[in-house]
Design a protein around this ligand. Sequence first.
Ligand code: SAM
Length: 222
Amino acid sequence: MNKIEIFENERATGYNQFVKTWIPGYHYFLELLPKLLSETEYKDLLIAGCGTGNEIERFAHAPEHWKITGIDPSPEMIKQAREKLQTYNSITLMEGVVADLDPGKKYGAATLLLVLHFLSDNGDKLSLLKDIAARLVPGATFVLLDITGDKNQIRQNLKILKLLLPDDLDEEQISNRLNRIENELFPVSEQRLSELCTEAGFEAPLRFFQSSIYMGWLTKKK
Ligand SMILES: C[S@@+](CC[C@H](N)C(=O)[O-])C[C@H]1O[C@@H](n2cnc3c(N)ncnc32)[C@H](O)[C@@H]1O
C-alpha cells in the first residue's frame, strides 16, 4: 500500500478555507469537471482522494445522473464528506485507499485532485496511478490536478502564487506554506508526470489548466 497523508483535526475542518486561499481558480476548476466528463458513456465515477467531497458535490449537481464512489484514507475528511453529501442518492463514500476497492468493479471515469504531490516518486505515485488505471474501463477519462513542475518552474510559479494570495494573510503563514511546498511536498516535472501516467496504463496526459504551481491534466485509460 502506498503512503498516506492523513488530514486530521484542524487540517480537516479548515480544509475548505485553506484550498480557497491557496489555490487560485480551485472553484473554477471544480465547476469544469462535470463538463469535462459529460461525454462519458458509462457514468460510474471514481473520485480518488475525495477529501471533504468537493468534487463529488459538483457531480451530484450536474445535469447528468452520475453514480459516484469517493474514497479517502482520512477518517476526518470522509466524515465531513458524509455530512455534506448525506442527502444525495447514488454516492458511496469509503474510508480507505484505491487498492482496497474491488479490482473486478470498473469505473467509466476517475479524478485525482491534489493528492499525488503527497506521495514520493519512489514507486508510491506510480502504484496509486496503477491502482486507479486497473479500475477503469478502456478509454475512460482520468482528470488530475496537482502541483507540477521542475524545481525552477515551481520556484518561479511560487512567486506568482504569492502575488495572487488574499491581502489579509500574515507573512509568517505565507513563508511557512511556500517553504513547505518547495521543500516538503513531492511535485514532479511535466515530463515525469507524463512518464508515470504512461507507465501506469494511461495515454500521455494533456495539460488543459494552470494556475501558478497547480496544473490540470486529462488523459485516458489505454
Ligand atoms: C488536499 S486533499 C484533496 C481532497 C480533494 N480531492 C479536493 O480536491 O478537495 C488530499 C487528500 O488526499 C488524501 N490522501 C492521502 N494519501 C492518499 C492516498 N494514498 N490515496 C488516496 N488519497 C490519499 C488525504 O486524506 C486528503 O483527503
